[in-house]
Design a protein around this ligand. Structure first.
Ligand code: COA
Length: 327
């Protein structure tokens, strides 16, 4: 049996920090540090510099993950990058990153599943490795999500930020990833979306569409579906692996909102000290949020070899999914 192991993690946040107090001065209708902290748990977010791209953030995180794994770029034979904010329409940001890292020939491609992108990307890489066709994958989640935000719209701008996280996955006879679970339901398109696009164009009118270049969200409805769906994916993962809730050592959830994270942790009966939370430090970085949180908890020594870790994600689409692995 070929398993897929996590052998290195890395992450990167851009230098510029935007605090809740900064946002108080930017939005169209009032907001406050207190409101943002109480409703979301977020204290600040990092914003890419004007000349800094998703690939720049991805490169920092990828190099850190390769160093942590003790591997060189030449050791990698698959690159999967999850992003909703690619540098260019094409080539893919994965191809741009491949070239930056001095790699050639192996497959490199982007995955677009918004905030579930990293879980999708890990699941895809795991299938390549388990099939025996590839040995070692670099999997990255990277976003400059700030570029999809109207920074005067208080209902969305307080929630998002920029960042990148990466992992190196390797074939092994020891577990490894036990299972991955992916889902989508496109019927929820209107609850969370950027209305414009390459094919549809940006000349779009409709209810609540002020500017089709930016993220539009019906936050309250998204919140309810997210909590229900994340509870279901946790249950599905436990049943598939014949595990009890108490068998999970660490929950590394998508970092969107502490109230969503707390609700999922309660369904798992997990105490707060077994749940990795970094959303307060960087807000929702979409596909980057899970690898960012994972890297923090691996580097500060919380997540140890042999422990069972559950990653779970939810995002635009809607998309959702989970990855259960022994670290
Ligand atoms: N500052 C102050 N007030 C705000 C605000 C802000 N930044 N954003 C919204 N409000 C107001 C609303 O206008 C509303 O005012 P009203 O009652 O006068 O109409 C009030 O706060 C309550 O709005 P509501 O949307 O019901 O609040 P909420 O408790 O649901 O919290 C979110 C709003 C966005 C924080 C919450 O719905 C959420 O986190 N949703 C999920 C978002 C998410 O994670 N999306 C990504 C998923 S991958």
């Amino acid at each position: 049996m070929i398993y897929t192991r996590f052998i290195g993690t890395g992450s990167y946040l851009p230098e510029k920090i935007l605090t809740n107090h900064d946002l108080e001065k930017m939005v169209d209708i009032d907001t406050s540090d207190q409101w943002i902290r109480e409703r979301t748990g977020i204290a600040k977010r990092h914003i890419a510099a004007d000349d800094e791209t998703t690939c720049d953030l991805a490169e920092h995180a990828a190099r850190a993950a390769l160093d942590a794994a003790g591997k060189k770029a030449a050791d990698i034979d698959l690159l999967v990058l999850a992003t909703t904010t690619p540098d260019k329409i094409f080539p893919s940001t994965a191809c741009l990153l491949q070239s930056r890292l001095g790699m050639k020939n192996h497959p490199a491609f982007d995955v677009q599943a918004v905030c579930s992108g990293f879980v999708y990307a890990v699941s895809i890489a795991e299938k390549f490795i388990r099939s025996g066709s590839h040995q070692r994958a670099l999997v990255v989640g990277a976003e400059t999500f700030s570029r999809l935000i109207d920074w005067t719209d208080r209902s969305t701008c307080v929630l998002f930020g920029d960042g990148a996280g990466a992992v190196v996955l390797e074939a092994s006879t020891e577990p490894g990833i036990h299972s991955t679970h992916l889902h989508a339901d496109g019927a929820y398109e209107e609850l969370l979306h950027v209305p414009g696009g390459v094919s549809l164009g940006f000349d779009i009118e409709g209810d609540n569409i002020n500017d089709p270049h930016y993220t539009h969200m019906r936050g309250n409805e998204v919140f309810k579906v997210a909590v229900n769906t994340l509870g279901q994916i946790v249950e599905e993962t436990l049943v598939a692996n014949q595990l009890q809730k108490s068998d999970i050592d660490w929950l590394v959830p998508h970092q969107a909102n502490t109230r969503i994270i707390d609700a999922t942790a309660r369904k798992l009966n997990m105490s707060k000290d077994r749940v990795v939370v970094t959303v307060d430090q960087h807000a929702n970085t979409s596909a980057a949020s899970i690898p960012l949180a994972l890297d923090v908890a691996v580097r500060d020594g919380r997540i140890k070899r042999g422990e069972k870790v559950l990653l779970e994600a939810f995002g635009g689409g809607f998309t959702w999914g989970s990855v259960l692995f022994t670290y």
